[in-house]
Design a protein around this ligand. Sequence first.
Ligand code: PMV
Length: 362
Amino acid sequence: MNSFIRKFKKKDIVDDSGRISWISPSNIALVKYWGKFGDQLPSNPSISLTLNEAKTTMDFSWSPKDKDSTEVQLDFYFEGKKNESFQEKISKYLVKHFDYFPFLRYISLEIESTNTFPHSAGIASSASSMSALALGLCTIESEVFGLDLSQEEIKRKATFMARLASGSACRSIYGGVVSWGDFEHQLINSTNEIAGEVLELDEVFKTYQDTILIVDSGQKAVSSRAGHALMTEHPFSQIRFSNARTNIEKIIKAMQTADLLEFCNIVESEALELHGLMMNSNPSFILMRPNTLAIIERIRDFRERTSLPVCFTLDAGPNVHILYPENISEQVKEFIISELSSFTESNKIIYDHVGTGPERYL
Ligand code: PMV
């Protein structure tokens, strides 16, 4: 998609120093992206809820370089301290995608990043941080060269650029319910290269709560990169990619008609399929912990007992996300405190909900 590569010369610069800030949220997938090809293209479409509380704040400032060059000049600070390892990772990304950010030739960058959630909470920060990074860089391009792009135009390039940094981060550029991937459907406007909002679903999904039970805040046993790679030779990969497509079709229908119990069935089956795929891959990984299973069993039992539409989902790790509409919050929170909190690591519970997406605040 070369329309995102714009050519500029030094004389086009209208603002060679400045500051901007973005705050960008994490997201939780309902239908999971697991497996990729080419340059960060997904093997199947996915759909997610953008969260509200788990966010990254990124402050960007830029100033002229002493001499124009293709060398990337970046200083990166995380939670107030210089962070060499993040700086190296981001510098590599900037070198690789230099053509998309032509201002890098003329200016040096300073980035300060903080998360609203603790680093060791067991929450993946790549979606919020890489979406904030992409939004910042695309905004700087607009400011440096006086493009006067609208936020919509900035987000369109940012979803493309976030994907190149960390696949699922492309969905965090938009609020509410978001899809990513090619899929023939009236409500889907994403492609394999960019994410898009899924509109015209039942309003109840704007109220969805995501309570995250931290079972283990340790490092992930398998990185996303290694996890996606496992799908290349996986014996069930084709079945998986086709199941995901069927589930996208089904979940959109359930979300249009507010069939919340059907929604629960699809979401849980997606989470377990993701973990099943990892158990069946070579090498194989069991990422759930005994307490993950204990929580899952109790959620299913609670749903059966009460007929309330509460379900769980999982990322590629042991922590459990509990999803439910706001109007049953009281009963669900009581259930979580009385029956589930003992299975968490030192009572680590994060109360989040669907949010409206990233915001620029400077
Ligand atoms: O975006 P990545 O490469 O970190 O992969 C994310 C994969 C899952 O979180 C397991 C699923 C998803 O769609 O977010």
